[in-house]
Design a protein around this ligand. Structure first.
Ligand SMILES: Nc1ncnc2c1ncn2[C@@H]1O[C@H](COP(=O)(O)OP(=O)(O)OP(=O)(O)O)[C@@H](O)[C@H]1O
Ligand SMILES: [Mg+2]
Length: 509
């Protein structure tokens, strides 16, 4: 039998940039062409005849005719149903666009691996990946990313296998610890990217008998990132322009132009105290100056939202301070971020790690662990980023309420069980709906139905040839695996029937 070769990679599919790499003898190797410093821009273009990606798709943004066929920041549009782009007879959902962008990146990665690292992609070569996702993403959002990436076909005809989804700030923590000697320490990661903000408290144990790294707490906001800073500045630029050119209307293309100009100004203000802007719209030119002070003032409420998330974590740790605060993500380069963190957490050591690559690098390290041990559980203890429960009808309130079976922050893997009883005689079917919640309430707490997001329903179907008494017991078990794979099992022992379902796709290994 011929040898099966395997390349385990880390993939960071970002709102603005995507990156992938692998670990070779303890050193992270980039799989992105050297010309791409930050990564591949997460952009996709199709005009019905031709598709383009990355830098080439970026060029299409400057022409209104082609700009409407460019999709950007798709990671922030996962909740949108239907097609995000229609081009000729081709239509793309958010999932299709992720498959296109990440597919383009990994096809390029294979070339880099062959040309730079002399990896021979023979017939039996397989590629598997650890893919990072924001803390705040719901199970259906994670599932969408996982399914999109799992459906990528590699040049040799094999599927790209997603071994694991890993929270982004946890991946950054793995990269940080991977570069240091092991010691007992607590770090709090602050990860501000293009579209999402995440924070995680991670503890490292020096004692080899203990699990190496433990995620203690995490928080995320999947709609808070550099894009929002750009939008604030774009709004301000629009006001300036309209003050010079009253009564003008802006098209979607003009708004996108404002956002791109805003992003350029924002990045310039990381270097400069003040920068000049010029807008050339509809033949009218408007210009002026934007100071860093004004920029920071306009965007302060956004920054405060990130600080509040950090504060929540510190409070839940009883006010304890971490040994280090680790800044990562491209938007952590903004000077206001560094200054605000240093001021708010004075006395705590603050350091930055590779803002563009730390997350993918950490994922590559995790992918390497997985190659060595099947679950990597001895290396890192992960926790649930949400709570999960089942909706039951309660007679005392005569309402459906969600009973929490997996609390937020539960150490993975985790299972929670509940018993329930049929409400009517001859009730041949019982349906159980699983909800995802942001709640921090403990296990078995009942919370209102409208505080949860419905994510799946299973139905126990009893044979209808025999009478079923009222109050017939069934047992429901919700399990969140080490890979954050959520499943439900409902059993009626008397009728000897059970039903199972899982929200995440099954991994075929
Ligand atoms: N020098 C800089 N100054 C200010 N902002 C910067 C600078 N360089 C990059 N950024 C911002 O960083 C963001 C991109 O960061 P990053 O690549 O970490 O995000 P991402 O991984 O694509 O997004 P996410 O992780 O949120 O999905 C953009 O908003 C970009 O404008
Ligand atoms: Mg990122």
């Amino acid at each position: 039998m011929s040898e099966k070769k395997l390349l385990s990679i880390g993939i960071d599919f970002g709102t603005t940039f995507s990156f992938c790499c692998y670990l070779e003898k303890g050193t992270v190797r980039s799989l992105i062409p050297v010309t791409e410093i930050y990564g591949i821009p997460s952009l996709f273009y199709d005009d019905g005849k031709q598709k383009s990606y990355g830098r080439i798709a970026e060029k299409k943004l400057s022409n209104p005719r082609t700009a409407k066929n460019v999709i950007s920041s798709v990671k922030r549009r996962l909740e949108e149903s239907g097609y995000l782009l229609t081009a000729g007879d081709r239509c793309y959902t958010a999932k299709d666009i992720i498959r296109e962008i990440v597919g383009y990146m990994v096809q390029g990665a294979v070339k880099v691996a062959e040309e730079t690292y002399q990896i021979d992609f023979s017939k039996n070569f397989r590629v598997e990946a650890v893919v990072t996702v924001p803390v705040g993403f719901s199970e259906p959002q994670k599932k969408l990313i996982e399914e999109a990436i799992s459906s990528i076909i590699m040049p040799n005809g094999t599927h790209l296998l997603v071994r694991k989804l890993l929270p982004e700030p946890v991946a950054a923590a793995i990269e940080y610890f991977g570069l240091r000697n092991k010691q007992d320490e607590d770090i709090l990661v602050y990860d501000l990217g293009g579209g999402t903000f995440d924070a995680a408290w991670v503890h490292s144990n020096k004692d080899n008998k203990k699990i190496a790294y433990e995620v203690i707490d995490q928080e995320g906001d999947s709609h808070l990132g550099g894009d929002d800073w750009d939008a604030e500045i774009a709004k301000w630029l629009k006001e300036q322009y309209l003050a010079d050119n009253p009564g003008e209307t802006m098209s979607k293309h003009d708004e996108a132009y404002l956002c791109r100009s805003a992003r350029e100004l924002k990045e310039e203000l990381t270097e400069l105290e003040s920068t000049s802007w010029e807008l050339d719209l509809h033949g009218n030119v408007s210009e002026g100056e934007l100071t860093r002070k004004k920029f920071e003032q306009l965007t302060r409420p956004l920054l405060d939202r990130t600080l509040q998330k950090m504060e929540i974590i510190i409070q839940r740790q009883g006010g304890k301070k971490p040994n280090h605060i680790i800044l990562t993500g491209g938007s952590s380069l903004m000077l206001q971020v560094q200054a605000a963190i240093r001021q708010k957490f004075s006395g705590v050591d603050v350091r930055s790690i590779n803002p563009a690559h730390a997350i993918a690098n950490g994922a590559a390290r995790y992918a390497d662990w997985l190659q060595q041990t099947p679950v990597a559980q001895d290396k890192i203890q992960l926790i649930s980023s949400h709570a999960y429960g089942i909706g039951y009808h309660y007679d005392d309130t005569n309402q459906t309420e969600i009973r929490i079976l997996i609390p937020r922050g539960a150490k993975l893997p985790y299972s929670g069980t509940a018993k329930s009883y049929t409400r009517y005689k001859d009730q041949y079917s019982s349906s159980f709906t699983v909800f995802e919640l942001d709640s921090h309430e403990p296990v078995d707490t009942r919370v209102p139905e409208n505080t949860g997001r419905e994510i799946m329903t299973v139905t126990l179907q009893r044979a209808s040839d025999k009478s079923v008494p009222k109050g017939r017991e069934s047992i429901e078990t919700l399990t969140l695996s080490e890979s954050e794979l959520l499943s439900i099992k409902a059993v009626d022992k008397v009728a000897d029937i059970e039903v199972e379902d899982s929200v995440s796709i099954k991994r075929n290994h």
